[in-house]
Design a protein around this ligand. Structure first.
Ligand code: C5P
Length: 215
């Protein structure tokens, strides 16, 4: 089996940036598993499916035509790269991610990203559920305020208006839901190394993980 580096952590911890840069450096594939939950959120919203309806959401997953192409994401042929990044879709994704039917329906799709020469997978349960045999498991985290500031800067850079306080509240709400849910709560997996990135630059974080992988 090809090597997997699992990078889990809370929302806006920088794991997406670190994981994709790491994948690039190693020439590995990259799985943004959060994007899959966001795609289910967007598709179900368009189809008017209730976020509380686990069984129906689970049935929707195999019907979705998902394509990751370079840094673009397509859903049923439509470019949804930006549409899945809104705060509303993020909240909806975290709400429907509690359903075991949704999580189970996404397992096979996530594992299919494991291709030669290897994979860097980012999410919440990469190390615990999807790739328990990952060669390296990292739990990437940062304080809530550091994460809110990062998200704020990202949004502003994209020309999207945002309020720091609202972002902080939103991510604390999402943390609470992600860590308290019965199915696949956000936890540091057995054998995972914790990387606190509040005071690290992106390059420093990438280098640390790369050193762990190569040592
Ligand atoms: O990481 P991102 O913010 O894109 O993820 C959106 C939501 O999807 C998260 O708040 C989380 O609830 C859910 N998620 C999950 N398991 C994953 C990845 C994301 O439950 N592996």
């Amino acid at each position: 089996n090809f090597p997997v580096i699992a990078i889990d952590g809370p929302t806006a911890s920088g794991k997406g940036t670190v994981a994709s840069l790491l994948a690039e450096k190693l020439g590995f594939h990259y799985l943004d598993s959060g994007a899959l939950y966001r795609l289910v959120a967007l598709a179900s919203e368009k189809q008017g499916i209730d976020v509380k309806n686990g069984p129906e959401l689970g049935l929707l997953v195999p019907k979705l035509l998902i394509l990751f192409k370079n840094s673009q994401i397509f859903l049923n042929g439509e470019d949804v790269t930006d549409a899945i990044r809104t705060e509303n879709i993020g909240l909806r994704a975290s709400t429907l991610a509690v359903h075991p039917e949704v999580r189970t329906a996404l397992v096979g799709l996530q594992r299919s990203f494991r291709q030669p020469p290897g994979l860097v997978a980012d999410g919440r349960d990469m190390a615990s559920v999807i790739f328990p045999d990952a060669v390296l498991k990292v739990f990437l985290t940062a304080t809530a305020i550091a994460r809110a500031e990062r998200r704020y800067k990202q949004l502003i850079a994209k020309g999207i208006s945002a309020k720091l306080f609202d972002l902080l509240q939103d991510l604390q709400e999402r943390d609470a839901r992600d860590s308290s849910r019965g199915t696949a709560p956000l936890l540091v997996a057995d054998g995972a190394k914790v990387l606190e990135t509040s005071d690290l630059s992106i390059d420093q974080a990438v280098k640390t993980v790369l050193d762990w992988y190569q040592s």
